[in-house]
Design a protein around this ligand. Structure first.
Ligand SMILES: Cc1ncc(COP(=O)(O)O)c(C=O)c1O
Length: 345
């Protein structure tokens, strides 16, 4: 169903918002204030309870599953809804395939289960068994594929080629860009929820710290912030020092593979950028930061101690605040925003 291969990103974020508004289990996630370094106050968008799936990724794949099924059914029959017995039989015959560092797979598995379809998720050896158990509990088939994330991406791609099942990746590469844009369209809901809060409070953030793996979250947020936030913050994309693929791509002026050891920020440990995300970030005037393994671990302990149990991946944005100079941290005008992107595992 790949019909075009472009780096454009023009999300129908209202459609994504409407999809979630229509779900009985949808509520905007909370934004709280937590302490930061040198007495600064940090706005923390707490994604740890998102749709009961433990991470913001619950907004991406489940929405993409719904869009893909609608699209395929409409292509085949011209019908817009999936309510007929024939439509239900069609859905039950569909299997979604992906690789995951953890949370994307949970989203694919939950989305497929809720729709009545099936899911098969490829996990590298680096992904904790706790994720595999959660995936099986959601009815997905789990396949252990390779030593590192990139091996599992290659395995999922090959699987979909051979089986003819639907590849639902969160990364993009030449020839495969359209489905992940729907995943990113779902993430746009976070920016819209935040905009609604800031429009009322008037307390717009001055700096937004966005942790990145392949870059889908950071790009969706950056796109939406530049598109329609009333007051424009500085945007910082935060990567593990061990996986700076977006920063390396920015420096090189083209998508570039990062090299580095395994990171304890496992969900951010992606060595290949999403080419769509990279391209969006190039247009959004962002800066880059990187965290050491120690800084990631420290950030996780700090945010957890402040009442939001999370991991180094979940707290990476918060960790980058400590890189700012004291004058900024101590300034009354500094209002940093972070996304606590997953619960502790
Ligand atoms: C908890 C968490 N935070 C951040 C990210 C980074 O998202 P992206 O890969 O879209 O950059 C992920 C991706 O899996 C994640 O699971």
């Amino acid at each position: 169903m790949e019909t075009k291969d472009t780096l454009d990103f023009t999300p129908d974020f209202a459609k994504a918002h409407a999809y979630f508004e229509a779900r009985a289990d949808y509520v905007p996630t909370p934004m709280t204030k937590i302490n930061g370094p040198r007495g600064c106050v940090v706005l923390a968008k707490d994604e740890t309870g998102r749709l009961g799936l433990g991470a913001f990724k619950a907004l991406g794949a489940p929405y993409a599953v719904a869009r893909i099924l609608d699209h395929k059914w409409q292509e085949q029959t011209g019908e817009e809804t999936l309510n007929s017995p024939a439509a239900k039989a069609f859905v039950a015959s569909q299997t979604f395939v992906c690789a995951s560092a953890g949370n994307h797979g949970v989203g694919v598995a939950a989305g497929a289960r809720d729709a009545g379809a099936k899911a098969r998720i490829h996990l590298a050896d680096t992904v904790p068994e706790s994720f595999a158990e959660r995936l099986r509990a959601l009815g997905a088939t789990v396949v252990r594929s390779g030593a590192v994330y990139e091996d599992s991406v290659a395995a999922a791609t090959k699987d979909a080629e051979i089986s003819g099942d639907i590849l639902l990746a969160d990364g993009t590469w030449p020839g495969y860009t359209e489905i992940p844009k729907w995943v990113m369209e779902g993430y746009c809901v976070i920016a819209e929820e935040l905009r609604a809060v800031f429009e009322i409070s008037g307390e717009w953030p001055t700096h937004v710290y966005l942790q990145a793996g392949v870059g889908g979250l950071a790009a969706a947020m950056a796109h939406m912030i530049r598109l329609n936030w009333t007051e424009q913050p500085e945007l910082l994309v935060v990567e593990p020092q061990a996986a700076t693929c977006l920063q390396d791509s920015h420096k090189a002026g083209r998508p570039t593979q990062a090299t580095g050891p395994e990171s304890n920020m496992g969900r951010l440990d992606c060595k290949d950028p999403s080419i769509v995300a990279w391209s969006v970030l190039e247009r959004c005037n962002v800066s880059y930061a990187m965290l050491t393994e120690k800084e990631g671990a420290t950030a996780a302990s700090q945010v957890t101690a402040l009442g939001i149990p999370t991991t180094p991946s979940g707290a990476a944005g918060y960790g980058a605040i400590a890189h700012e100079n004291d004058a900024l941290l101590e300034s009354d005008d500094y209002r940093p925003l972070v996304i606590i992107s997953e619960t502790a595992t």
